[in-house]
Ligand binder design. Structure first.
Ligand code: SAM
Length: 343
């Protein structure tokens, strides 16, 4: 059990009266990804333009109090896993105390964070103290020049400091690496070596055409499994009975595992257990939908917790079967960016 200075317990809190959130396709929803900001200190070329995206006005972003109220409501509906993401979550002042408060919300059994690592090193002791259940660190390359060319920023040293600190503290770590059109096999081998040395999961991510226009090009080059098998012929796939967006592989002599995440191919919709809330308070029941509920309007319009729960249950009852169906009905003219949705 983890304790903080005042001696208070920060263990996951049990909750007794919970509804089960089951959608109209029989999928049990237990996981909420909470994007707490649209701001980011990187400008990754596959995520947002160099000049950035127009920021959502501060007043339009959910306050921490509003987010905590929502998490309490969602936990009452059976959400047990929360992932805090962004934008870059540590770009928002107060992120760490917010995580500490989330830890205490009854029903939140697993708390995770996704970060680019730029400002993360300074918070590692506190993340250890709250016994964070998982850190997903985004790291596309180990080469400083290439890091700069992908992210348009020169922060690889800070990210590697965070990586070393996470490993030194034995915090549960997954590294996410987006595979770009010009990612070489050598680069993939270099990243994979981290999983050889350390008991971590290194997941290669299929690039999605968010903010881009080249669906065909992305699909053509997206057979990551075949590519990994070619590079590492001894890979064996690990079986799992958990809903997951990653396929995991073991490799002889590796302390950790390799994985692939094929969000664009949408191979995992049948077991999707996830909801998302954007920084502006829009509930998404699928990454590819246009948003199904304006939670901010409800929060600021005097709606009771019970009414908000009902509205969420109603969205779950009308969930798209898969990301293709969601995308068709969203009828967008432009691809949305992960910067706005929250990764
Ligand atoms: N700033 C945090 C980070 O970098 O981990 C959290 C947000 S970021 C949007 C979450 C993840 O989404 C990162 O791993 C990023 O690489 C990934 N991502 C962003 N745009 C993407 C795209 N077009 N295709 C695939 N992954 C993408």
């Amino acid at each position: 059990m983890t304790r903080i200075a005042g001696g208070e317990s920060l263990s996951p809190q049990p909750v007794h009266h919970r509804t089960s959130l089951v959608d109209n396709h029989g999928r049990r929803i237990t996981y909420l990804r909470l994007s707490i900001t649209d701001r980011c200190n990187l400008r990754c070329r596959y995520c947002r333009p160099e000049q950035g995206v127009p920021f959502i006005h501060h007043d339009e972003i959910l306050s921490f109090e509003e987010l905590e109220r929502l998490v309490t409501i969602f936990a009452g509906l059976g959400i047990s896993k929360i992932r805090v993401t962004g934008g870059e979550p540590f770009s928002r002042r107060g992120c760490m105390p917010f995580l500490e408060r989330l830890r205490r919300i009854p029903g939140v059994e697993r708390l995770h964070i996704t970060t680019n690592g730029v400002k993360t090193a300074q918070f590692l002791d506190e993340l250890a103290e709250i016994a964070i259940d998982g850190i997903n660190l985004s790291l596309d390359t180990l080469d400083p020049e290439r890091f700069k060319s992908i992210s348009r920023r020169n922060y690889l040293d800070s990210v590697l400091e965070a990586l070393d600190g996470i490993i030194a503290r034995a915090l549960p770590l997954k590294i996410n690496s987006v595979v770009l059109d010009d990612t070489t096999d050598q680069e993939i081998r270099g990243l994979a070596a981290l999983a050889k040395q350390h008991p971590i999961s290194l997941r290669f991510i299929e690039r999605m055409p968010f903010s881009g226009r080249d669906h065909a090009a992305t699909l053509e080059k997206s057979d990551l499994a075949a590519r990994l098998l070619r590079i590492f012929p001894e890979l064996t796939e690990c079986a799992t009975d958990q809903p997951t967006t990653a396929r995991l592989f073991a490799l002889p002599g590796y302390a950790g595992s390799l994985g692939i995440i094929q969000g664009y191919s949408r191979l995992f919709c049948a077991t999707c257990n996830k909801l998302r809330i954007t920084p502006a308070g829009i509930l998404k029941t699928c990454l590819y939908d246009n948003g199904t509920l304006d939670l901010k309007k409800l929060l600021r319009g005097g709606t009771s917790d019970r009414e908000i729960s009902e509205a969420v249950l109603n969205c779950a009852r009308h969930r798209f079967a898969n990301g293709h169906e969601a995308e068709r009905s969203a009828s967008r003219t432009a691809e949305p960016s992960m910067a706005k949705i929250g990764g």
